[in-house]
Design a protein around this ligand. Structure first.
Ligand SMILES: [Zn+2]
Length: 164
């Protein structure tokens, strides 16, 4: 297949912008699919089933969550899938009174890193008073009903403290 002819180009002058000489005469047609990859694809499928899946590396004994097909510590492929309990520990958190686009919130969002097996995921806390959140707090996943899950990290609504 022959290469397309080079697109004729030249620098645009300021006057061309001011006078509206420069216009877009066609619309962009962008069609694409996005592939999560083998490890994250299976992880997302697991979330739709109400399961958290990790990848075990037999050499170092770690279970990687989120899963990866390669152990960066041992520099070798991971060996098998492993179900990971849907409980974890808060390793860091924030109390956010504004949204990402700076709108104030009446009730704060509580993003947190939840440590699961040998990794952590960024998610959000719920069913907890912000003043009671602590690093080291044990939490459990609160899942959407199975009919509402769609293979997304948001199939977990939030993480709440484990009753003691
Ligand atoms: Zn390893």
């Amino acid at each position: 297949m022959a290469a397309p002819p080079p697109f004729p180009t030249r620098g645009l002058r300021d006057a061309e912008f001011r006078e509206g000489v420069v216009t877009v005469a066609h619309s962009l047609r962008a069609e694409y699919d996005w592939d999560a990859g083998q490890a994250i694809g299976r992880y997302l499928d697991g979330l739709a089933e109400g399961r958290i899946l990790g990848r075990e590396c037999r050499q170092c004994g770690r279970v990687l969550v989120p899963p990866r097909m390669f152990c960066e510590r041992c520099f070798r492929p991971t060996d098998r899938w492993a179900d990971v309990p849907a409980t974890g520990v808060v390793t860091t958190f924030s109390i956010c009174w504004v949204t990402w686009d700076m709108r104030p919130l009446e009730v704060p969002e509580l993003p947190a890193v939840i440590e699961l097996a040998d990794g952590g995921i960024l998610h959000r806390l719920g069913e907890v008073d912000p003043a009671d959140v602590r690093i080291g707090m044990r939490v459990e996943a609160v899942w959407k009903p199975s009919a509402e899950r769609e293979g997304s990290i948001l199939d977990i609504r939030h993480w709440r403290p484990v009753p003691s």
